[in-house]
Design a protein around this ligand. Structure first.
Ligand SMILES: Cc1cc2nc3c(=O)[nH]c(=O)nc-3n(C[C@H](O)[C@H](O)[C@H](O)COP(=O)(O)OP(=O)(O)OC[C@H]3O[C@@H](n4cnc5c(N)ncnc54)[C@H](O)[C@@H]3O)c2cc1C
Length: 58
């Protein structure tokens, strides 16, 4: 996860790389624990879940 530039509203811009369990839980925690929803999650695969998703299908 990288945090740096500020958005137009003045808050930090957060980018989460990877929608595995780590990335998804980071997004959920940002929202639920901090009330922060100004973030993006980028996933290079076709679906969410990372290793767990890949493993279930194989
Ligand atoms: C065979 C196997 C069995 C396991 N069994 C268990 C178990 O029983 N219990 C348990 O607790 N843990 C288990 N684990 C471990 C568990 O799967 C990992 O700890 C967990 O998936 C890590 O989550 P993560 O989100 O950090 O990484 P990942 O699940 O690997 O997710 C990373 C995501 O980031 C994406 N990504 C990577 N690079 C980029 C990029 N440059 N740009 C965009 N997206 C990117 C990937 O496509 C992926 O979707 C197992 C692992 C394996 C391999």
């Amino acid at each position: 996860m990288a945090a740096g530039k500020r958005t137009q509203t003045g808050g930090p811009r957060v980018v989460i790389i990877g929608a595995g369990i780590g990335g998804l839980m980071t997004g959920i925690s940002l929202k639920k624990q901090l009330g922060f929803s100004d973030f993006s999650i980028y996933e290079k695969g076709n679906d969410l879940g990372g290793t767990w998703h890949t493993d279930i299908r194989s």
